[in-house]
Design a protein around this ligand. Structure first.
Ligand code: PLP
Length: 460
């Protein structure tokens, strides 16, 4: 049965293709784009959007596509979600900017109150608001350095933290994020990630060895007393939806506490109900010192935050944090609408339900297609990793072929992973269940088509 988006759907919640993908009107715009927009800004699926709602995106050619991307985990509450759109319209009609550092407004304070209430832990918290995830990460590092008087920052293999200079240094993957953009910021130390599929010796070894390997390496190469912060995504995003084994994050958090290191959870992709909890850290009861958020926080408007222990946040002198647009009133209104939607419709539970529907289908797919080496994720943040069957050699070619076949059939899918061999699924949390089923069927067909080209048809 169709479950409509909270508040009812404006657009028919159905896939409908009336042209090839992309259609002629999109191709015209693509040609204009190529003459006007810098080549460095890439596009995964060049259909030009006119409208989007619930689980569908419509384009200039009249096609309606199923959305398994949410604009990279941003429109979890659905596109132009009613409470977001209403609050934005109301705020935009009153005032659009004063600069919180000049003359403040209540919306900023209310967002910070919500962040204190929703992020893990009941301790005294403070927040500061920014415009993008990268800017939040930059500020979390500034705050951690200021609070500790130390400089070193520890990040992980496969990490993604953004594209500004400091966050490029924190990000692991060279192409396309870092190549020839250096020199990068100093005092960043990269540690092995507890990556169950790829840990030498496998999953059980990852569980047993990863934390010890990281702490030994910090001791030997950096020295605990020099480390201001350890930053980690509780489930890695762009790096491939890597889920560390249970206990790794908890162990890391207590190691940080023991050594006076600020533990920063980068929940920019995982946060706000995506993984089946408000924040992914909650799954294991991990209490970060600082949490960075962005993406889903404001239903599509640019907003980001650093939230953390009052004594760490307030160690920074007056005027040490800020920015012209940080916590823009329209973005704050959107965030309040998005958070209200998540609470009213219990979207964390919706994320768990999506996982319950998708995971068995993905596991079945993995049984049928040996190119799938791993199925992983939590809630509505799920992925499959593709390798040459029986090996760990990444297969980005089949990954791209499957993704392309999905796009042709009207399903928006994204890839990720250090080796470009991971298909990730991030449907809006308000997607109807029949659309979810249809999207999964398209994915199954895409595997059938892509894999029949290179190997005998799978059993079953
Ligand atoms: C997207 C992302 C960022 C960067 O956010 P922007 O808003 O693109 O700057 C940082 N960390 C994680 C985990 C992300 O997924």
């Amino acid at each position: 049965m169709t479950e409509h988006a909270p508040g009812g759907s404006r657009l028919p919640q159905q896939r409908r293709l009336v042209t090839e993908i992309p259609g002629p009107a999109s191709r015209d715009l693509l040609a204009r784009r190529e003459r006007a927009v810098a080549r460095g800004v890439s596009t995964m699926l060049p259909v030009f959007v006119t409208d989007a709602d619930g689980g569908v995106i419509t384009d200039v050619d009249g096609n309606s596509l199923i959305d398994f991307g949410s604009g990279i985990a941003v429109v979890s509450v659905g596109n132009a979600a009613p409470r977001v759109a209403a609050r934005v319209a109301e705020q935009a009609a009153r005032f659009t900017h004063t600069c919180f550092m000049v003359t403040p407004y209540a919306g900023y304070v209310e967002v910070c109150e919500e962040l204190a209430r929703r992020t893990p832990g009941t301790h005294d918290k403070r927040s500061a608001l920014f415009n993008s995830g990268a800017e939040a990460v930059e500020n979390a590092v500034k705050i951690a350095r200021h609070a500790t008087g130390r400089q070193a920052v520890v990040a992980f293999d496969h990490a993604y933290h953004g594209r500004t200079n400091l966050t490029m240094a924190l990000t692991a993957k060279n192409m396309p994020y870092k190549d020839k953009f250096g020199p990068f910021a100093g005092e960043i130390y990269r540690m092995p990630m507890a990556y169950p599929l790829r840990w030498p010796g496998g999953r059980d070894a990852a569980r047993a060895e990863a934390l010890g390997a990281v702490t030994a390496q910090i001791h030997a190469q950096v020295g605990e007393d020099n480390v201001a912060a350890v930053i980690i995504e509780p489930i890695q995003g762009e790096g491939g939806f890597v889920v560390p084994p249970e206990g790794f994050l908890r162990g890391l958090a207590s190691y940080c506490a023991e050594h006076g290191i600020v533990f920063i959870a980068d929940e920019i992709q995982t946060g706000f109900c995506r993984t089946g909890d408000w924040f992914a850290c909650e799954h294991e009861g991990v209490l970060p010192d600082l949490v960075t958020t962005a993406k889903a926080i404001a239903g599509g408007l640019p907003l980001a935050a650093v939230t953390g222990r009052a004594e760490i946040m307030d160690s920074v002198h007056v005027g040490g944090l800020g920015g012209t647009y940080g916590g823009n009133p329209v973005a704050c209104a959107a965030a309040l609408g998005a958070i209200e939607t998540m609470a009213a419709h219990d979207l964390a539970a919706r994320a768990r339900r999506i996982g319950d529907i998708m995971l068995p289908r993905l596991h079945k797919l993995a049984e049928a297609y040996p190119v799938i080496a791993d199925v992983r994720g939590r809630g509505a943040m799920l992925a499959v990793e593709l390798t040459r069957p029986g090996t760990l050699d990444p297969d980005p070619v089949t990954t791209a072929a499957v993704s392309r076949a999905c796009h042709q059939a009207g399903l928006v899918t994204l890839t990720c992973g250090t080796f470009g061999n991971v298909l990730r699924f991030l449907p809006p949390l308000v997607i109807g269940e029949d659309l979810l089923d249809e999207g999964l069927t398209i994915l199954e067909d895409a595997f059938a088509a892509a894999c029949s080209l290179e190997e005998p048809s799978p059993a079953g």
